[in-house]
Design a protein around this ligand. Structure first.
Ligand code: NAP
Length: 253
């Protein structure tokens, strides 16, 4: 690691999947990591694993779409781990349906976690980043931002996160804060397993069919995304901001 002092990172939705792999990776990179998810208990096994590997981590329970919960969570991280100057907005949900069957509740839930959640978390941590005159924000977009049948809500949120990313990059650049987005393709997690289940396809068959359409001929793993996050938050990536990188085994999924 080239940085001089340990920095504190918050990874949302980190109890499992891409968020867990990212928290694990950032701990290995030398960051103190707040493992934030809806349920703090679900974060404890990963926190224990990071500690047993010699890292520092804290389990934090918060709903990223809840303004008060976000403020409390960020204050607690600052108190117990140190000022958060890295934020990975990873928490996400899907509520897929074709437009004519999509409820307003499913629309609002997806916007609430992805867009409102990323907004509230970013607004809460920017004070620490601007004060430190250094920061890194990474937002999880998706190849679905380019359009995906059955995901009007999710694709709108993931496209919205790209605009959010570019705007924050413009506003925060002068404080030494970079803001970038990662748009994963098919990554093997409970989220894609849930999609397979909804479609009535065994997950292994679903993965095989997806891999056949991907130029590198495999589906992605959470570690593929964690590696890209590790780059964006590194010291050396300070001249990369406002970018969206598709991590999808090819130009797009
Ligand atoms: P996942 O396995 O479903 O994990 C998402 C995590 O977010 C869960 O631990 C979940 O907690 C948590 N979460 C949900 N709502 C939350 C809230 N309001 N506040 C705090 N935490 C919340 O998903 P994943 O596949 O790792 O995806 C991670 C991110 O990558 C998401 O933003 C997703 O949209 C994006 N992405 C994934 C893929 C893919 O192929 N998997 C592709 C493109 C983009 P609970 O367990 O308590 O619900």
């Amino acid at each position: 690691m080239t940085q001089q002092a340990p920095r504190t990172a918050i990874v949302t939705g980190a109890a499992r999947g891409i968020g867990a792999a990212t928290a694990r990776r950032l701990a290995r990179d030398g960051f103190a990591v707040a493992v934030l998810d809806l349920n703090a208990d679900a974060c404890e096994p990963l926190v224990a694993e990071i500690a047993s590997d010699g890292g520092r981590a804290l389990a934090v329970g918060a709903d990223v779409s809840d303004e008060r919960a976000v403020a409390d969570a960020v204050a607690r991280v600052a108190d117990e781990l140190g000022a958060p100057t890295v934020l990975v907005n990873n928490a996400g949900i899907i509520r897929d349906n074709l437009l004519f069957k999509m409820s307003a509740g499913d629309w609002d839930a997806v916007m609430g976690v992805h867009l409102r959640g990323a907004f509230l978390m970013s607004r809460a941590v920017q004070a620490f980043m601007t004060e430190a005159r250094w920061g890194r924000i990474v937002n999880l977009s998706s190849t679905s931002a380019l359009g995906n049948r059955g995901q009007a809500n999710y694709s709108a949120a993931k496209a919205g996160l790209q605009g959010f990313t570019k705007t924050l990059a413009l506003e925060l650049g002068k404080f030494g804060v970079t803001v970038n987005a990662i748009a994963p393709g098919f990554i093997e997690t409970e989220m894609t397993a849930a999609t397979a289940e909804r479609l009535g396809v065994p997950f292994d068959d679903f993965k095989k069919a997806a891999a056949a359409q991907i130029p590198v001929q495999r589906t992605g793993r959470p570690e593929d995304i964690a590696h890209t996050v590790s780059f964006f938050v590194s010291e050396g990536a300070g001249f990369v901001s406002g970018q969206v990188i598709y991590v999808a085994g090819g130009p797009r999924a």
